[in-house]
Design a protein around this ligand. Structure first.
Ligand code: AMP
Length: 166
């Protein structure tokens, strides 16, 4: 499967200094969501390239408008979602993991994500509850929503996801 991470695509656009990358930088650093138009455009481009084994979407869709657009793009291609996987985590654990990730990157001399700090993470969490969490109900109602305990060990999380994907 081809992994399509909109966060990775946006960070790549910033690093390569494209106009779009410059436009989204401040929004991402603050922890807010980039516009649907930009994100849907990135996904459309990748879907058009095709993938024999299918796609795994990571961090997308994050709004109902993105979910609608994805439905439209997939039906144009005669494709459908096999599963929607929700990784359940505790907010406070998430905060300490992110702060830990930033400290580990800094200690290893690696770049630290500008949004990997407690202030930006609180904004990211608020964006999740306001804009993304309605997707849980949306996909539950459509069928195919699976929840995985994201606090389990990395191996167990990987196994649960592999089981869902068959
Ligand atoms: P992530 O790497 O998934 O944590 O995303 C990092 C940041 O990129 C987010 O906080 C948003 O600013 C932006 N981003 C990534 N994916 C999306 C998306 N599907 N919709 C809007 N913004 C996104």
């Amino acid at each position: 499967m081809v992994q399509l991470s909109t966060g990775d695509m946006l960070r790549e656009a910033r690093t390569s200094g494209t106009e779009m990358g410059k436009k989204v930088a401040a929004v991402m650093d603050a922890g807010n969501l980039v516009t649907d138009e930009i994100v849907i455009g990135l996904i459309r481009e990748k879907l058009e390239q095709g993938a024999a084994g299918g796609f795994i979407f990571d961090g997308f869709p994050r709004t109902l408008a993105q979910a609608d657009a994805l439905d439209g793009l997939l039906s144009e291609m005669g494709q459908k979602l096999d599963a929607v996987i929700e990784l359940q985590v505790d907010d406070e654990v998430l905060v300490s993991r992110i702060v830990g990730r930033a400290e580990a990157a800094a200690a290893a001399g690696q770049p630290v994500r500008a949004d990997d700090n407690e202030d930006a993470l609180r904004v990211r969490l608020a964006a999740y509850y306001k804009q993304t969490s309605p997707l849980i109900g949306y996909y539950y109602a459509k069928g195919g929503l699976k929840s995985v305990d994201g606090l389990a060990s990395m191996d167990d999380v990987a196994k649960s996801i592999a089981d869902i994907l068959g």
